[in-house]
Design a protein around this ligand. Structure first.
Ligand code: FEO
Length: 170
């Protein structure tokens, strides 16, 4: 049985994940306008993944016969003065999302909600990957971002990212 507190947190996470998708769509839009289609592609796929995350929370609650209440999605309000600003905002956001997942996990742990813990475990691992990916992008930009040819190559690399559906199936 999912408690009211855990239910509320899971429901809120639907909105947080859709916001993440919206945020990364905004990042993609920034890079598209800058002529960096590879970076734009990378964040577009990131946005797709976030939408998948939202749908996993949505489906989990439905499978548990818990009501889903959809809320308004906030407007992405970050402004950027350089490419690195975007990448750093991405890492900062993923660290924030990790804290949210950990908080829900802890709430489920407190009430011995083992099924929710099992569901969330995938996200615990996923957040590790998300933070690593965001850190890697920053490292690459630090190394190659100031040289136009290297930035071109990095852009090509990111253009090759393809969407894969999440490995968690509910
Ligand atoms: Fe859904 Fe990037 O965490």
């Amino acid at each position: 049985m999912v408690t009211q507190k855990v239910h509320e947190l899971l429901n809120q996470q639907i909105n947080k994940e859709f916001y993440s998708a919206y945020l990364y769509l905004d990042f993609s839009n920034y890079f598209k306008a800058q002529g960096l289609d590879g970076f734009a592609n990378w964040y577009l796929i990131q946005a797709q993944e976030e939408r998948d995350h939202a749908m996993l929370f949505y489906t989990y609650l439905q499978n548990e016969n818990m009501p889903v209440a959809l809320d308004a999605i906030a407007k992405p309000d970050k402004t950027f003065t350089c490419h690195m600003d975007v990448l750093k905002a991405g890492l900062e956001h993923e660290i924030y999302v990790t804290s949210l997942i950990n908080y829900i996990y802890a709430a489920a742990f407190d009430v011995k909600d083992f099924r929710t813990m099992k569901f969330l475990y995938w996200f615990v691992k996923e957040q590790g990957e998300e933070e690593t990916n965001a850190n890697d992008l920053i490292s690459k930009m630090e190394l190659f971002g100031s040289d136009p040819k290297s930035l071109y190559m990095l852009n090509q690399e990111l253009a090759a990212r393809i969407y894969t559906a999440p490995s968690l199936v509910l």
